[in-house]
Design a protein around this ligand. Structure first.
Ligand SMILES: Nc1nc2c(ncn2[C@@H]2O[C@H](COP(=O)(O)OP(=O)(O)OP(=O)(O)O)[C@@H](O)[C@H]2O)c(=O)[nH]1
Ligand SMILES: [Mg+2]
Length: 192
C-alpha cells in the first residue's frame, strides 16, 4: 500500500453524519495527546491532521480519504481530565457507538504511550474493540523518547496487559521508525 493522495472529507461529532460510501475504514484511537494525529500525518506524509501540545485537540471524528480506497478516521482522544463530565460522556458515546455500530470499520489502530502505565481507559478500549468484533493493531507512540532496554520492557508489558500473544508495534513520529511496518499491517487488514 502506498499512500499518495489524502483529503479531509468529513469532520463530525456523530458517525452517522460521516461519509455514506461503502469504502472500508481504519480508526485511530487512544488517550488524548498520545500522538494519533501525529501518526496520521506521518503515514500521510503531510500535516493535514492538527497536532497540539494541549490535550483534547481532536474533538470530532475526522475522516481522511486515502487514495480513493479507504478512510482513515482520527478519533477524539479519551481521558482528558480538563474536559467537563458532559463532554467526556459525549466523547464516550460518540466513539463507542462508532466502534460498535460502524460496519465499514475494518481495523482499529490503538495507540498507547509506553512510558506511562496502562490506564483503565486503554483496557476499556481494547475490550470494546474485541466486543465489537473488530481487529486491533496496538501501537506504542513516542518511542524516540526511550532507550532500547526500556522499550523492550514496555513491549513485553503492553503485550501481556493488552494483547496477549501479540506484540505491539513501536512507532515514532519524530524519526519515522515503525511507519513502514504499520502501513503494511494496515494494508494486510484491509485485504483480509
Ligand atoms: N517525541 C515525540 N513527540 C510526539 C510524537 N508524536 C506526537 N508527539 C507530541 O505529542 C503531542 C500530542 O500529539 P498529537 O498528535 O496532537 O496527539 P493526539 O493523540 O492527536 O491528541 P488529541 O487530538 O488531543 O487527542 C504533540 O506535542 C506532539 O508533537 C513522537 O513520536 N515523538
Ligand atoms: Mg489529535
Amino acid at each position: 500500500m502506498r499512500i499518495e493522495r489524502v483529503t479531509l472529507r468529513a469532520t463530525v461529532a456523530d458517525h452517522g453524519k460521516g461519509p455514506k460510501d461503502p469504502l472500508p475504514q481504519v480508526a485511530f484511537a487512544g488517550r488524548s495527546n498520545v500522538g494519533k494525529s501525529s501518526l496520521l500525518n506521518s503515514l500521510f506524509g503531510t500535516r493535514l491532521a492538527a497536532v497540539s501540545k494541549t490535550p483534547g485537540k481532536t474533538r470530532t471524528l475526522n475522516y481522511y480519504l486515502v487514495d480513493d480506497c479507504c478512510y482513515f478516521v482520527d478519533l477524539p482522544g479519551y481521558g482528558y481530565a480538563r474536559t467537563g463530565r458532559e463532554q467526556r460522556q459525549a466523547w464516550g458515546k460518540n466513539v463507542t457507538t462508532y466502534l460498535l455500530e460502524e460496519d465499514r470499520l475494518r481495523l482499529v489502530v490503538g495507540l498507547v504511550d509506553p512510558r506511562i502505565p496502562t490506564s483503565p481507559l486503554d483496557v476499556d478500549l481494547v475490550e470494546f474493540v474485541r466486543r465489537a468484533g473488530k481487529r486491533l493493531l496496538l501501537v506504542m507512540t513516542k518511542t524516540d523518547r526511550m532507550g532500547r532496554g526500556a522499550l523492550a520492557q514496555a513491549t513485553a508489558r503492553l503485550g501481556r496487559e493488552l494483547t496477549p500473544g501479540e506484540q505491539p508495534f513501536a512507532f515514532s513520529a519524530h524519526t519515522g521508525a515503525g511507519r513502514k511496518e504499520i502501513i503494511a499491517a494496515i494494508a494486510q487488514a484491509l485485504e483480509a
